[in-house]
Structure formats: structure tokens, C-alpha cells
Ligand binder design. Structure first.
Ligand code: ADP
Ligand code: ASP
Ligand code: MG
Length: 460
């Protein structure tokens, strides 16, 4: 009998009422042997990181006040979804975890900085708490909820804040610890986002990583579906935070979804598709506030579609690095030397354009920007620009639709475009525009490419 993984994001577990909705969604699917993965409640991860930063900056009292507030919120919501007989152990669990957090704040105040191991340790509490609370809540709502600490089954490398799973070890643990519980009719609840190294240090898979956790769990237990429950009806034709009124995409391929996620569609963590593709498990994006909506189904192959573009993703506040060197005219090895620098500082490059003596590229992560520029200045003139946004058209048909570029540029005729690339995958066409033009650009492109809709693929 097949199993499913159901992942619920922060807004889906942000309150007692939201957790009750989750419980009823899961209860209706008990025959499919669900394993549940949850994010931290609401904005807990951001709040934990913000208060830890206060402690590092010497504002220990303010950090303590914010921690109190978070504890009160967590206890207040948990209380309402807990049976009387479970409250003593559950509240004890929550309170002892907040005491541990308080002790870490003292350490951070002493350190005066926030090392990556501590970032992981502190942010892990969000999912450790939410998963325990939801497991207990399931009992209150008549299910056999059981908590599994995700750090015992998701094993990762040591790259704190950006850890990569060790797949075969994690799959073996999931098969051994989680699968039998689901087969016995228990509803396992575990936290997303978190894992541990082989020697037991807490790690995280990167922000938004609970989607990725769900997919690792699905692959590890041999699930036949991975459901990502969130706060929108599915993958939409544009980012609703930039432009409301987009249409639901009913079906999309793994490759298209990965491209959209990578270029800013926050609804899915970009790595989510990796385990799902490997084991060919369909991924669904569904709305926990509108559970009857069929959502988006992500499948191996793109279905034939009359629209060349499936969706428009965007990333605000990216940084362009312009590199120019006349000395490099006709010389070989220029690009290699440039990319070596980005590689050494573990900074991914999103877009690249080149001419004979200059290279412009975009990055999202500016942690090491100063060091990178200092290195590059040894071989070239370097300037940076952080007033730009990336807009990315994604669709499997882009590769063989002639005139698509002309349509895009026509739609943007009043807007200055500072860089253009067609991704090597040929699934995307990316443009860089000023942050201040982003909304106008997305609207113009959306009007151009979604004026008519193929109803097999889009919810009109
Ligand atoms: P969760 O907490 O459930 O993981 P997220 O906030 O991480 O939720 O992701 C859902 C959000 O992603 C949506 O509320 C929406 O604002 C944003 N989003 C960005 N691009 C898209 C898109 N193309 N389709 C749907 N949602 C998108
Ligand atoms: N709670 C984590 C975050 O806010 C992981 C997630 O929500 O997917 O990044
Ligand atoms: Mg998310």
C-alpha cells in the first residue's frame, strides 16, 4: 500500500485554528497513510533569528523580551489544540525548549557574533516545537499522532545554514524509523528544514527548506505522492506578491517548476524536485485554506500547451557585477578566472552576459561581495549595481517558439532592460530591469503572454 507525504508551511500551522484545518485535511486522507512534515509556526524562524541577532548585538534584554513574546504565542496556540491529559508533558516540552533558547542567548551575548552553527541551532527550535505541537494536536482531533525528531532521520553534510542531505543514509533511516510507523496506522509528524550531521550537530537545509524535507521523506519511504500544502491555490502564472490576479497552473514539469523556484517562485524550494525526480514521485501544490481546489501537479514531462510561457518568476534586489578588462582582449581563460573567484566564495551566479572584454553577471547572495570584488579587481575593473530585479519567463515551449523574444521586448518597449539571457536549459528567458520598473514589467509581460489561456494547463 502506498503512502503520501503532506507538508504544511508556516501559515498553515500559524494558529490553533490553522492547526485544526490541517488536522481535518489529514484526517480525510488517513486511508493513504500520510506522513506529515511541518514548518515552524507562522513567522517563528524570522523571529528566532531576529532575537538572536539582538543578543549578539548586545541587546540582551530586548532579546529576552522578544523570546518571552514568542513563548507566550507558542504556548497560547498549543494550549487550544491539546487534550487536558497531554498538556503537562506538552507545555513542559515547550517551556524547557525556551529555557534552552534563553541559555543560548547568553552564549551569543558573550560571543558578540552569530556563527553559522548557532544560526542552525537556534532556528531549528521553530520546527522542533511546531512538529511536537502538531503531533499532540492530532490526538486532540482524534488521530494517532506520533512525533519523530527530524534530526534523527535527515542526515546531512556539515554546511551549516545550507546543508545538503546525505541521501542514502537519510533514506535508510526513514525506511527504518518512519515507514513502519505509518504502516501501523500512526500519523508521523516531523519538522521540515532541520537535520543533523552524522556526529549529531544540528543543521538546516536553507530557508524555505521544509519543502525539500518533504521530498526527501517521500523518496525515503517510497511515497506515491508528495503534497505541499501552502497559502495559495498552486503555482500561479505570476508572483502574487508582485502582481495579484495570476491564474493557477494545473500541470507543470519538474524542470519548469525547478526553474521557477530557482528564479524566485517562493512557493516551492528549488531543491524539492531533486528527490522527487529521482524516484519519479509526483509533487502537488495545494491550498490549506481552500482544500478542495485541485492545485498544481508537478510531473515528469511537460504536457503539450498552446501558451509558450507557463509562469513569470521574479527576484527583487539582485546585484549585478560588471567586470571589464581591456588586457583580456583576445586572451583565453578570462571567464575561468572570474568564475573561480565566485566558486571560491561559494556564491552562485544566476545570469551571465559577455562581450569580448566585459562580463556582467548577477548574484543573489551578497555575503562575500566585498571579498569577491577585491579579488576581481586584481584582474579587471569592477562595478556593482544593486538597484535591479530579475524577471524570468519559464516554459518548456520557449525553446522552440520563434519570435518569443520579440514579443517580450515589444511588451516592454517603455521599460529599460539592462541584461537579457536565454537560460542554457532553454526553458527560460530572463531579463533584468530596475527595481522601480519591476511591477510594470511583470504586468506588461503577463498581459502579453496570458491574454489567452490553454485551458488544459491553466485555470482560466
Ligand atoms: P509556506 O510557508 O507554505 O512554505 P511560502 O511563503 O514559502 O509558504 O510560499 C508561498 C508563497 O509563495 C505564496 O504566498 C506567494 O506569495 C509566493 N509565490 C511566489 N511566486 C509564486 C507563484 N508563481 N505562484 C504561487 N505563489 C508564489
Ligand atoms: N521555517 C523555515 C523557514 O522559514 C523553513 C520553511 O518554512 O520551509 O525558512
Ligand atoms: Mg516555503
Amino acid at each position: 500500500l502506498a503512502m503520501i507525504v503532506m507538508k504544511f508551511g508556516g501559515t498553515s500551522v500559524e494558529s490553533a485554528a490553522a492547526i485544526e484545518r490541517v488536522a481535518s485535511i489529514v484526517r480525510e486522507r488517513l486511508d493513504r497513510q500520510p506522513v506529515v512534515v511541518v514548518s515552524a509556526m507562522g513567522k517563528t524562524t524570522n523571529r528566532l533569528l531576529a532575537l538572536a541577532e539582538k543578543a549578539c548585538a548586545g541587546e540582551r534584554a530586548e532579546a529576552a523580551r522578544l523570546l518571552e513574546e514568542l513563548a507566550a504565542y507558542t504556548l497560547g496556540e498549543a494550549r487550544q489544540v491539546c487534550r487536558a491529559e497531554d498538556w503537562a508533558p506538552l507545555s513542559g516540552f515547550i517551556e524547557s525548549h525556551f529555557q534552552e533558547l534563553s541559555a543560548f542567548l547568553d552564549e551569543l551575548a558573550g560571543l558578540g557574533e552569530f556563527p553559522a552553527q548557532y544560526v542552525d541551532l537556534i532556528s531549528s527550535y521553530g520546527e522542533r516545537l511546531s512538529s511536537r505541537i502538531v503531533a499532540t494536536a492530532f490526538k486532540h482531533f482524534g488521530m494517532n499522532g506520533v512525533h519523530v525528531d527530524a534530526r534523527e532521520v535527515i542526515i546531512t553534510d556539515r554546511r551549516h545554514t545550507q546543508a545538503a542531505p546525505l541521501y542514502s543514509r537519510s533514506y535508510a533511516k526513514l525506511d527504518e524509523r518512519v515507514k513502519p510507523l505509518a504502516q501501523q496506522g500512526q500519523v508521523v509528524v516531523m519538522g521540515g528544514f532541520i537535520g543533523s550531521t552524522q556526529d549529531g550537530f544540528t543543521t538546516t537545509l536553507g530557508r524555505g527548506g521544509s519543502d525539500f524535507s518533504a521530498s526527501i521523506v517521500g523518496a525515503g519511504i517510497g511515497a506515491d505522492e508528495i503534497q505541499i500544502w501552502t497559502d495559495v491555490d498552486g503555482m500561479l502564472t505570476c508572483d502574487p506578491r508582485i502582481l495579484p490576479g495570476g491564474h493557477r497552473v494545473k500541470m507543470i514539469s519538474f524542470a519548469e517548476a525547478a526553474e521557477l523556484a530557482y528564479f524566485g517562485a517562493k512557493v516551492l524550494h528549488p531543491a524539492t524536485v531533486v528527490p522527487a525526480v529521482e524516484k519519479n514521485i509526483p509533487v502537488l501544490i495545494l491550498n490549506s485554506r481552500n482544500a478542495d481546489n485541485p492545485g498544481t501537479r508537478i510531473v515528469a514531462e511537460a504536457v503539450p500547451c498552446a501558451n509558450p510561457v507557463k509562469s513569470i518568476a521574479c527576484k527583487r534586489n539582485i546585484t549585478i557585477v560588471n567586470i571589464q578588462s581591456l588586457r583580456m582582449l583576445m586572451a583565453h581563460g578570462f571567464l575561468k578566472r572570474i568564475f573561480d573567484v565566485f566558486d571560491r566564495f561559494q556564491t552562485p551566479v544566476d545570469m551571465v552576459t559577455t562581450s569580448e572584454v566585459s562580463v556582467s553577471l548577477t548574484i543573489d547572495n551578497t555575503t562575500h561581495l566585498d571579498e569577491i570584488c577585491a579579488e576581481l579587481r586584481k584582474i579587471a575593473d569592477v562595478s556593482t549595481d544593486n538597484t535591479q530585479s530579475l524577471v524570468c519567463l519559464v516554459g518548456d515551449n520557449i525553446r522552440d517558439t520563434p519570435g518569443l523574444g520579440a514579443r517580450a521586448f515589444g511588451a516592454l518597449r517603455d521599460i529599460n532592460i539592462s541584461m537579457i539571457t536565454q537560460g542554457a536549459s532553454k526553458l527560460n528567458l530572463s531579463l533584468i530591469v530596475l527595481d522601480s520598473d519591476l511591477q510594470r514589467a511583470v504586468k506588461a509581460l503577463h498581459d502579453e503572454f496570458f491574454a489567452t489561456l490553454d485551458e488544459k494547463v491553466f485555470d482560466a
